[in-house]
Write a protein that binds this ligand. Sequence first.
Ligand SMILES: [Zn+2]
Length: 344
Amino acid sequence: MPDRPIRLVPTLRWVCQDDALTLLRDTKAVRVKGDRETLTLIASALERGTTRDELTLHAPADVIDAFLARLDAENWLSSELSTPEAPGMPWERQLGYLTLFGTEAGRMQERLRAARVGILGVGGIGGLVAQHLVGAGAGALWLIDDDVVATHNLNRQYLFSRKDLGRPKVEAAVDALTAQSEHTGYHPIRLAVRSAEDLSVLPDDLDLLVCAADVPTDIALICWRWAGPAGVALVSGAVGLGSGYWGPLVVPGRGGCLDCFDHAKRARMSPLEHELRRALTDPTPYSFGPSNSVIAAMLAHDVCQYLASGDCASLNRRAILRFGEGLSFFDPSPESRCPAHEND
Ligand SMILES: [Zn+2]
């Protein structure tokens, strides 16, 4: 390991007991045996920030190198000698959290601050994703929706309130989001998207397009017809009756392809499922606030993680949540990778 500054990521905890040092985060732990005093010195130095050469004052170089390699493999070593701070910013408490996604919190927050995101559909899913993005410090949002706020939206579309009834959703959304934070730029576009050409209102250097619309039923594939050629990453999420899904998040330059995902998914469907798919041309008219919120939040989690780090659980695969069982799992369809797009 080169002699760069190193420090334990701030989300890591350690304890020295008997003849072992245990480092742990969530359900993951790494345990090293040795002299308690030496281990405490090493762990304390790593917590403060140190260098590999400084650590070799406490133990032989090969032992230190093996230990650091283990920590590095877990992404537990940062080169940031202090956790960046953002006093007075809405995302102040998020900076340390970001080290769950990578090692350099400051760089990940900068990526979020620079992020340019399109959201198609500012309703039950898109409105909540927008709120999470704004809270996380996203740079700019393009909000597309043709609808106006109705009373029956207020069971789940918490961006809106009674004073917004009858207003275009994109206008009411910008007011609510501006009240939440002035650190994001907003671009409201009142438009019903029916074809890929309609999406040419968006800049083609977006970092991500979030498809949160449910009409027409193939709206995600319509989005892909714009996003794929434009080289823009795309993700969608939706809620049905007893279940909802988010993903796959597909990145054109990295081999992702929504067409391939859709083909693979259709190939796995039984004749009954094909019949149901044909019969269910309209999304369900029924909705339930809590199940809507949880899907929107899981989608927003992956959107923010992807923008910060370039990775997330639903990259190239769809996650499904069944509300009645409290059960989430990945769609068994093959990953949405496409040989045709591998070298885009
Ligand atoms: Zn493909």
